[in-house]
Design a protein around this ligand. Structure first.
Ligand SMILES: Cc1cc2nc3c(=O)[nH]c(=O)nc-3n(C[C@H](O)[C@H](O)[C@H](O)COP(=O)(O)O)c2cc1C
Length: 345
């Protein structure tokens, strides 16, 4: 309750200042936060060769520099994804670059991969006292001359320190990045990374945009199957602008939150239909309740993630989602989350 109150007070500050204060406070209070309560066994999900105590994850972008993953696990998340991390540190786009659309329960961001680089992330990951599953999300520097070499570099440095690696080819805020979703580039990128792990585990997930047509989804599914990576995250923010009320609706960048729920769930369902069961999907986009999480799971997600709803509802949201998800399962006669995955694909 205290944390939710703090979140409400911080919401009076400009968006990025509030975010920085949230990270600072979380870091300061991390040592005194009690460990998360054990989750109901019905919430457990086995995916990517890992056992997740619950399927609710923190999406990339909240903790770009891997500063507070274990504190976020203590707040009840089943897993935390840090990043996006690039090989070299970079400042990102000029501020303001993060906008709340309160009336729409949405956010527009054009951060542009502001982060302290892979060496800082590696130090923070190595220093962790592990108490849960942490993935690392990697991307390319804005000024790079070779996108694929950037991913290869971060992968080599960070994969051994994380539980899984997400290959982010879907941020709308780095010029040229989303072009890596094209068939040839994607084939080459994933081949480079899968060769780099020859002999070692390191599950790889691909994070895709919601702004893809059926033909693009066909191509991506083919490359994912051929490259033998373990999963796909659907989706990143959208460059589309559905009808919005917020005064910042026309800002350039990626839109997240409630208006992204339907479009990202549609792409999730379409991706599920194109991939065999042993390739896991993580559903992201507009989740703000247990019912939303349940809908993504029914559509084929083994796990889900969220970010924007946390901005509006504070960390108490995680416990509420888990409770409501259990109620949805009981109502519909499912014995566990695992039993509900893809049940209405
Ligand atoms: C401020 C902000 C920064 C983000 N940064 C990243 C990022 O660095 N890498 C990434 O893969 N996704 C990033 N995302 C996208 C989220 O991980 C997520 O895919 C998207 O916001 C949809 O989920 P949501 O509606 O629950 O926020 C960011 C989102 C926001 C709002």
């Amino acid at each position: 309750m205290i944390l939710d109150l703090a979140a409400r007070l911080l919401s009076a500050l400009p968006a990025e200042t509030a975010h920085e204060a949230t990270l600072g406070l979380t870091r300061a209070f991390a040592p005194v936060l009690p460990p998360a309560r054990a989750d109901d066994p019905r919430l457990e999900v086995k995916a990517l060769g890992l056992s997740f105590p619950n399927p609710i994850g923190l999406a990339a972008g909240f903790d770009k520099d891997t500063r507070v993953p274990d504190a976020m696990l203590k707040l009840g998340f089943g897993f935390v994804e840090c990043g996006t991390v690039t090989p070299k540190p970079q400042a990102g786009n000029p501020r303001p670059r993060l906008f709340r659309l309160r009336e729409d329960r949405a956010v527009i961001n054009r951060m542009g991969f502001n982060n302290r680089g892979m060496e800082e992330a590696a130090r923070n990951l190595a220093r962790r006292r592990k108490n849960g599953i942490v993935g690392i999300n990697i991307g390319a520097n804005k000024e790079t001359s070779d996108h694929i070499a950037d991913y290869a570099q971060s992968f080599a440095r960070l994969a051994p320190l994380a539980d899984y690696v997400t290959v982010n080819v879907s941020s709308p805020n780095t010029p040229g990045l989303r072009g890596l979703q094209n068939k040839e580039e994607l084939t080459q990128l994933l081949a480079t990374l899968t060769q780099a792990r020859a002999g070692g585990g390191h599950p790889i997930l691909l994070k895709i945009a919601p702004d893809l047509d059926a033909h693009a989804l066909d191509d991506i599914a083919q490359v994912v199957i051929a490259s033998r990576i373990e999963g796909v995250i659907v989706s990143n923010t959208t460059i589309a602008r559905p009808p919005l009320k917020g005064s910042h609706a026309q800002e350039t960048g990626g839109l997240s939150g409630a208006p992204l729920f339907q479009p990202s769930t549609k792409i999730l369902r379409q991706m599920r239909a194109r991939l065999p069961k042993d390739i896991a999907l993580i559903g992201v986009g507009g989740i703000s309740s247990g019912r939303d999480a349940y809908e993504k799971i029914l559509a084929g997600a083994s796990l889900v993630q969220l970010y924007t709803a946390l901005v509006y509802q504070g960390p108490g949201l995680v416990g509420r989602i888990k409770r409501d998800l259990l109620a949805c399962l009981a109502r519909d006669g499912f014995s566990s989350v695992a039993a509900a995955i893809g049940a209405r694909g």
